[in-house]
Write a protein that binds this ligand. Structure first.
Ligand code: ZN
Length: 344
């Protein structure tokens, strides 16, 4: 059984006014990783510059002249896939173009554009553009698998805006495959296999069932994907989407990818309503034939891309390893739900 542990306590201080105050802190233990996080409720009162409203676009948002991802420059300014992967060099799916990362992170490392939109504000993208880009990633990863069947550790990620790590403003996904797992893939591979073997049910399905029974963090469905606020977040306003029973790229249908796109756009619209414009997305895939780890996407807000915004990762996250967030996941869920009501 998964444990949803939490402990609440007070830190007693004397306020500048001279009055004593008990500040509430909650420590939650992640049911899957065992890692702890903190909810420091009083920090919700702290002023956070740059999040009062959605920041204006950066002054160079319309400057396409130097952008290698704008359509007129793709052919001359982006690299091409090795011929053994794709004879045409770049993969096209609807408005999406996929090509290798000029600065690869691993053996197979590519970039999948959504369309020719150079600056796309959070929550305003077309559903089809996200569907096409995800399908392009899927097609690329299947090509990698047939070319190199041991490159089974795969991921689709997004760094939306430079504050989330994006190197270029032009929206895109990163897609990777490697023979050597990243830390999160290595951990999940072992955890999912052990859990499935011991309990007879899959890790994320069981997590989802617990969350559906409690109802406190369950946001809603978009097609087959089930969405919830993470119980013990490792980033701000962390949202998960789980696709029950699907453990491989080979099982996921085109409709599943479109449903994922819908949920991602719902999450973006929720983040936009909070005045946030930067986020990370990650979907990890194990194509090792293990059949234990279901598809799960994670989204977290990052610091806004705007002047005078401080980083969301402080010494506490970087050095102590505990995310210290301001608001309870149950509040995140309550605020997010309306964005799923009309877009399921
Ligand atoms: Zn561009």
């Amino acid at each position: 059984m998964l444990q949803f542990k939490k402990e609440k306590f007070h830190s007693r201080i004397v306020l500048p006014s001279g009055l004593p105050a008990d500040r509430i802190i909650e420590i939650r233990t992640h049911p899957i990783t065992g890692r702890t996080c903190r909810i420091t409720y009083s920090r919700g009162e702290e002023r956070e510059p740059g999040t009062e409203v959605l920041p204006a676009p950066p002054p160079f948002a319309e400057d396409r002249e130097r952008c290698p991802f704008c359509r007129t420059r793709i052919a001359t300014h982006t690299p091409q896939l090795a011929p053994e992967l794709c004879a045409k060099g770049r993969m096209i799916r609807g408005a999406s173009t996929l090509f290798p990362n000029l600065f690869p992170y691993g053996r197979y490392s590519a970039v999948s554009l959504f369309d020719d939109g150079h600056f796309v504000e959070i929550g305003t993208a077309a559903l089809q553009s996200y569907t096409d880009s995800f399908l392009n990633c899927r097609d690329y990863l299947l090509r990698v698998l047939s070319h190199d069947p041991v490159a089974v550790f795969m991921a689709i990620t997004q760094n939306h805006l430079p504050s989330a790590g994006g190197s270029l403003l032009h929206p895109h996904l990163q897609v990777q495959a490697d023979r050597i797992p990243a830390n999160s893939q290595r951990f999940l591979q072992g955890r999912a296999a052990e859990y499935h073997r011991q309990s007879g049910v899959r890790l994320f399905s069981d997590y989802l069932q617990s969350e559906r029974e409690s109802g406190e963090r369950y946001i809603g469905a978009a097609g087959s994907w089930q969405w919830l606020a993470a119980y013990a977040p490792e980033g701000f306003f962390e949202i998960w989407g789980i696709l029950p029973a699907i453990t491989s790229l080979r099982q996921a249908t085109d409709d599943h990818w479109q449903d994922l796109a819908r949920g991602v756009l719902n999450t973006q619209q929720f983040y936009r309503s909070l005045g946030r414009n930067g986020y990370n997305l990650g979907l990890l895939l194990l194509e090792d034939g293990s059949n234990d780890l279901e598809l799960r996407v994670v989204l977290t807000v990052r610091s806004n891309y705007a002047p005078w915004v401080r980083s969301d990762f402080t010494g506490f996250e970087v050095m102590l390893g505990d995310m210290a967030t301001f608001s309870a996941p149950e509040q995140t869920c309550e605020k997010a739900r309306p964005f799923w009501q009309n877009h399921q």
